[in-house]
Ligand binder design. Sequence first.
Ligand code: GRG
Length: 296
Amino acid sequence: MNFKDQLEEYVVLVNEYLDKYVVEKDLPEKSIYSAMRYSLLAGGKRLRPVLSLAVCDMLGGRREDVLPFACAVEMIHTYSLIHDDLPAMDNDDYRRGRLTNHKVYGEALAILAGDGLLNLAFELLLESILKSNENRDLKIRAAAIIAKASGVEGMIAGQVIDLESENKKIPSDILDRMHRCKTGALIKAPVVSSAVLCGADEDSVKKLECFAQNLGLAFQIKDDILDVEGSLEKLGKKTGSDAQNEKSTYVSLYGLENSKNMLNEITEKAVIILKDFGEKAVFLEELAKYLVNRDN
Ligand code: GRG
């Protein structure tokens, strides 16, 4: 299968799973289901679950074992976007090509929709662990990786650094830490948790972790570039917000051209690591290159 068709196949699998897992309910509290689904099923690249599924296929694992973990990460990611867009955080009006959650449902319900998705993600992980005894230790290890990556040693740490570095120039080591935590942790988690679930040996897990670390960094550099060069129509969110909020970014620290060179170099590093996995890594290799040229 060619790259685009394979990518589409993964995205469809994820969308169908999420659509079935988070369903509308005719209950007095039905607005929470509507608010969660509004952001969860609003498109999005599904990069994180796609990474899980691609690692699974590369390692010869079972997709049905990995899919719940992959979708739990996407739910956590969507919660973080809903909260990140709130007036108390980045105060954004558009996300995934539509009005942000709080613009439609109000701030209070948007906070609860984020909380709801975060909780549902862990319900899904626990259900998957409790379902059978098979590979239970691996599933627990995978869930622990996801929990840590989304918590105060991962994504939330990055968000705190981000909030506290508005309107000031931060040194490059703090910028690296911020992005390793805020964006990198939730890109590394689906890769590493999938490798663990598929029973990969420690050496392969380490290599894939290193691949994901570089991919996460490259993804963030591209995100910073798109905030300068992208458009609302293609990105589905406002551009120029980093400059407006006086945020330190790779572009503000190193300039546009240097950032583009860094993006290429770091992507190349990620791709080289995949060589150890041979032919089977071709999708991940193409995905890394595709992300360099993405416009959303
Ligand atoms: C706990 C109140 C509270 C808030 C937490 C942790 C957090 C809010 C926000 C940080 C997460 C964040 C917004 C990171 C930015 C990462 C990033 C580049 C997001 C965009 O990811 P894409 O491009 O988006 O993959 P799509 O829409 O394609 O899924």
